[in-house]
Ligand binder design. Structure first.
Ligand SMILES: *[C@@H]1O[C@H](CO)[C@@H](O)[C@H](O)[C@H]1NC(C)=O
Ligand SMILES: *[C@@H]1O[C@H](CO)[C@@H](O)[C@H](O)[C@H]1NC(C)=O
Ligand SMILES: *[C@@H]1O[C@H](CO)[C@@H](O)[C@H](O)[C@H]1NC(C)=O
Length: 393
């Protein structure tokens, strides 16, 4: 060690304790009370700032110890940070305030946000509890939007966590490139409004694996400006399924491509593999694969709705639409709780083409009932599909 190095070493020891010098920043060392009553936001922010601004470290860790519960008001953890890697280890429980009143006067657009941090890895086998119950019966307008939001985080990940009872969407990944989501459990009641599991938007190269999601809205929803997303080995239910869209609502140019959903199980969901676009939209959804899906008591196992409109009877027919092409459904089986097991409802003006269906066996969930396939303006090929035929050639 040269003199300069020695000086840094001594300064490091003097300015903090030894564990902090090693890049380990426990929220307990920054005044967290963990009594589940006192707001610990300030302690978390200080631990974050210390970890993020640490000098001469390749990697630093914010540590939330196990067997303790921390109450946090809305916080954003900002980057960029000095270390190339920041670990955020949640081993204990993090809770949002229970009473809606405590959010008054705060920016409630997200509860815990991470912004502009590269090399962020949130992990730790802990619990993140949004305590959304108080919000679910209030009008959406007053809701905090999200539990965990990752905004502009590249080469990052969230894994090994349980996230429950968000006021609305549990996890949002937005404007991130190379982001991994692995081994999450997401749980909210099936009747909690707008509680999507995971929403991905404006992001590229996202891998979502080995997760179990039950919520009151989409288990996974994929928004606009997306490419190369792989979803593999997920369980969905209760919930509204895995949904690409809705897209093109405001007439924007949609760019969604290279989505693969592989090895997914749907239990009691309202949709399974869904693509929904508004007539006003332009642009494309293309190169989508749904493979090895298993359905149990699902209302719409396979559905494309290119006339999506949730304002009933308020949407006039328009001569525009988002072009949907090269969608492959392969190795799909299970039961539908409604008669229409396959529903490809494409636009008269911008039909779907290049649809391929192979090895599909869908039955009615009610013994003795039939299921049918319904296709409008959908072109492609099918091989070994029941119910069929459906696609135009
Ligand atoms: C992440 O990558 C995108 C493009 O790849 C870039 O525009 C953005 O600034 C990056 N974010 C950060 C925090 O560096
Ligand atoms: C589906 O969910 C129900 C109720 O939650 C459960 O009883 C059943 O075992 C599940 N079925 C499968 C195939 O996982
Ligand atoms: C297809 O979409 C149109 C327009 O929204 C709707 O009226 C029709 O019922 C849909 N067809 C099926 C089979 O869902």
């Amino acid at each position: 060690m040269d003199v300069f190095g020695l000086l840094l070493f001594v300064l490091g020891l003097a300015s903090s304790n030894l564990s902090a010098y090693n890049g380990h920043f426990s929220v307990m060392d920054y005044g967290a009370t963990s009594d589940d009553q006192t707001d610990d936001s300030q302690a978390f922010l200080e631990a974050w700032n210390a970890a993020c601004t640490a000098l001469h470290l390749q990697s630093s860790t914010v540590y939330v110890p196990p067997q303790k519960t921390f109450l946090l008001n809305p916080i954003i953890f900002h980057g960029p940070c000095n270390p190339a890697r920041i670990n955020f280890l949640i081993s204990g429980t993090i809770m949002a305030p229970e009473s809606a009143g405590e959010w008054d006067g705060r920016d409630a657009s997200e509860w815990l946000g991470f912004k502009n941090v590269n090399g962020l890895h949130v992990d730790g086998f802990g619990l993140v509890d949004g305590q959304g119950k108080a919000w679910w019966d209030q009008s959406c307008k007053y809701h905090p939007q999200l539990a965990l939001k990752f905004m502009s985080c590249n080469e990052s990940s969230v894994s090994n966590l349980k996230v429950v009872n968000s006021a609305q969407t549990h996890i949002v990944v937005k404007a991130c490139n190379r982001f991994n989501i692995d081994n999450l459990v997401i749980e909210s009641p099936g009747n909690s409004p707008n509680t999507d599991g995971i929403h991905i938007q404006s992001s590229h190269n996202v891998f979502l694996t080995n997760s179990k999601i039950g919520a009151g809205d989409d288990c996974i929803s994929i928004g606009d400006y997306i490419s190369n997303i792989e979803i593999r080995n997920v369980e969905c239910g209760p919930g509204h399924g895995i949904s690409i869209g809705s897209l093109g609502r405001d007439g924007n140019y949609v760019q969604v491509e290279k989505i693969r959903v592989i090895d997914a199980v749907f239990n009691g969901t309202s949709n399974g593999a869904r693509i929904k676009t508004w007539q006003a939209g332009r642009g494309y959804v293309r190169d989508v694969t749904f493979q090895n899906l298993k359905f149990s008591y699902v209302k719409n196992p396979i559905i494309i709705d290119q006339n999506y409109c949730y304002i009933r009877n308020a949407c006039e027919e328009q001569e525009s639409g988002v072009q949907i092409s090269n969608v492959n459904y392969k190795e799909v089986s299970g039961t539908s709780s409604t008669e229409i097991a396959i529903n490809l409802n494409c636009s008269k003006f911008v039909p779907c083409f290049g649809i391929s269906m192979e090895s599909i066996q869908l039955m009615s969930a009610k013994a003795g009932n039939d299921v049918v396939a319904s296709c409008s303006n959908a072109y492609g090929q099918e091989l070994d599909v029941f119910p069929a035929p459906c696609l135009l050639r």
